[in-house]
Design a protein around this ligand. Structure first.
Ligand SMILES: Nc1ncnc2c1ncn2[C@@H]1O[C@H](COP(=O)(O)OP(=O)(O)OP(=O)(O)O)[C@@H](O)[C@H]1O
Ligand SMILES: [Mg+2]
Length: 238
């Protein structure tokens, strides 16, 4: 069976700076796969390239077996790949409900959209309570939930989350991680980028450790959690 996502020898550069230097990995349908690594390792660059926002220098990306080369970002969303970006990027002057609607901009099934909006409100009740309020009035963590909810509104086959726990309190962080577990249980495949390596590896089926543009170690979440070099470098243990 082909993997949902296959990345082969992906290279991405900003001018002369090569940020991603030939990485390969796959995401099987139903899995949670995590990319961890230090600041500047190339994780965000990888997600932005998968969403069609950056053009690769080399390598191939296949989604459901189909090469994504040259496919524009909005078509990639339509194919089922959604991205909750680093740093939230919600629309502060629009209401929460309007932000969620934007996530469904390619869909025409009003009933399905209403159902999925309710699903987001069930996952994050605060968003439902504040539905008519400007999104800019939400706290940082609540905006993070909105960004995730918006990505879910396209009903993605693959949901890419870039540091969903950034800036969150421990309780909010647990909430986000529990939501990821719930989403997986409901059949959403997830590619998760996280600074909190322990939390990410604890719930991931597979993980890849990135260092300066390369994948230096791969394994199951459990393998990596117990790997000595990972424990020292990313879990703050000695
Ligand atoms: N727009 C840009 N122009 C030039 N260089 C960039 C640009 N965006 C990122 N880079 C560089 O590319 C490298 C990879 O950055 P990237 O944002 O992908 O890292 P990251 O793994 O997501 O890091 P973090 O954990 O800090 O978010 C870094 O060296 C960064 O400085
Ligand atoms: Mg990043």
């Amino acid at each position: 069976m082909t993997a949902l996502l296959e990345v082969d020898n992906l290279r991405v550069a900003y001018g002369k700076i090569e940020a991603v230097k030939g990485i390969s990995f796959t995401v099987e349908a139903g899995q949670v796969v995590t990319l961890i690594g230090t600041n500047g390792a190339g994780k965000t660059t990888t997600l932005r390239t998968l969403s069609g926002l950056l053009k690769p220098l080399d390598g191939t990306i296949r989604f459901e077996g189909r090469p994504l080369a040259g496919v524009p970002a909005h078509r990639i969303v339509a194919l089922g790949l959604a991205h909750s970006p680093e740093g939230r990027h919600i629309f502060p002057r629009l209401t929460i409900a309007e932000n969620l609607q934007l996530g469904a901009f390619l869909r025409k099934d009003g009933e399905g959209i209403a159902k999925d909006t309710q699903r987001v409100y069930d996952l994050f009740p605060i968003l439902g309570e504040r539905a008519r309020q400007a999104a800019g009035t939400l706290s940082g963590g609540e905006q993070q939930m909105l960004a995730m909810g918006r990505a879910l509104m396209s009903r993605p086959k693959l949901l890419m989350l870039d540091e969903p726990s950034m800036g969150l309190s421990p309780i909010m962080m647990q909430r986000i991680m529990a939501t990821i577990t719930e989403l997986r249980a409901s059949g959403t495949t997830i590619l998760l980028v996280e600074q909190n390596a322990r939390a990410a590896l604890s719930l991931a089926d597979r993980g890849h450790v990135m260092e300066i543009g390369k994948i230096v170690l791969s394994g199951t979440g459990a393998d990596l959690l117990h790997d000595e070099s990972v424990r020292k470098a990313y879990l703050g243990e000695d």
